[in-house]
Design a protein around this ligand. Structure first.
Ligand SMILES: NC(=O)c1ccc[n+]([C@@H]2O[C@H](COP(=O)([O-])OP(=O)(O)OC[C@H]3O[C@@H](n4cnc5c(N)ncnc54)[C@H](OP(=O)(O)O)[C@@H]3O)[C@@H](O)[C@H]2O)c1
Length: 186
């Protein structure tokens, strides 16, 4: 059984959570609103017994740390984290990393998901313990005959799934070039 934590798992990553639950994974999902988490549990049906939803603001760092410690006490160390974090991601990732380090010193994987702007910015890797294998996943766009567009949720889920199956330092889902074909906003 693999223990997977998904930060921000009720929006575009909902399909990823459901797909993770099709495999023998224990999945922990964070979002602020209970209704999104409830809907996810209902959709997971029988697999919901391997789903631990938590309504919590990940910027509340004390509560976040306590919860990450708690799930590891109950289920063992976390193996993989998928992080779709808005705002100051480094503080959030640092708390998660610190709590995981308390329970394991062997390698684990962090998939840090970014919007397409990340491709135009330097690549600052957050300060993490040595046993954290950091993978940056950048969500780009698609260019089609009718013009360019942002990725669909299904494309995002498929891309993150592939990034988890074949972990690289950086994975680009869709494309980030040419910059002038980037759709108006993401
Ligand atoms: N390149 C691309 O194509 C691209 C890139 C990025 C985004 N997008 C699109 O933009 C849409 C909107 O993006 P979005 O950022 O709103 O993403 P989203 O994935 O639709 O929603 C954000 C997720 O994070 C949770 N969340 C947000 N703030 C949180 C907090 N402080 N603490 C805990 N959980 C938190 C949300 O649940 P709660 O609200 O309940 O907390 C939800 O589960 C996406 O659905 C996607 O279609 C496209």
């Amino acid at each position: 059984m693999t223990n997977v934590l998904v930060l921000g798992g009720t929006g575009m990553l909902r399909g990823l959570v459901l797909r993770l639950l099709e495999e023998p994974n224990e999945v922990f999902v964070l979002a602020r609103r209970p209704e999104g988490l409830r809907a996810l549990s209902e959709e997971a049906q029988a697999a919901a017994e391997r789903l631990t939803p938590m309504a919590l603001d990940y910027h509340d760092l004390d509560r976040l740390g306590h919860w990450v410690a708690h799930v590891q006490l109950m289920h063992g160390p976390i193996d993989q984290v998928v992080a779709w974090v808005a705002g100051d991601r480094n503080q959030v990732l640092s708390v998660v990393d610190t709590e995981i380090y308390r329970y394991r010193h062997s390698p684990w994987d962090l998939f840090d998901i970014h919007g397409s702007r990340a491709a135009m910015e330097p690549r600052p890797v957050p300060q993490l313990h040595d046993n954290c294998r950091y993978h940056r996943v950048i969500l780009g766009f698609r260019v089609e005959a009718e013009g360019s567009r942002w990725l669909s949720h299904q494309e995002i889920v498929d891309g993150v799934w592939r990034a988890m199956a074949h972990p690289e330092k950086e994975t680009i889902v869709g494309q980030v070039l040419p910059v002038d074909l980037r759709p108006p906003s993401d």
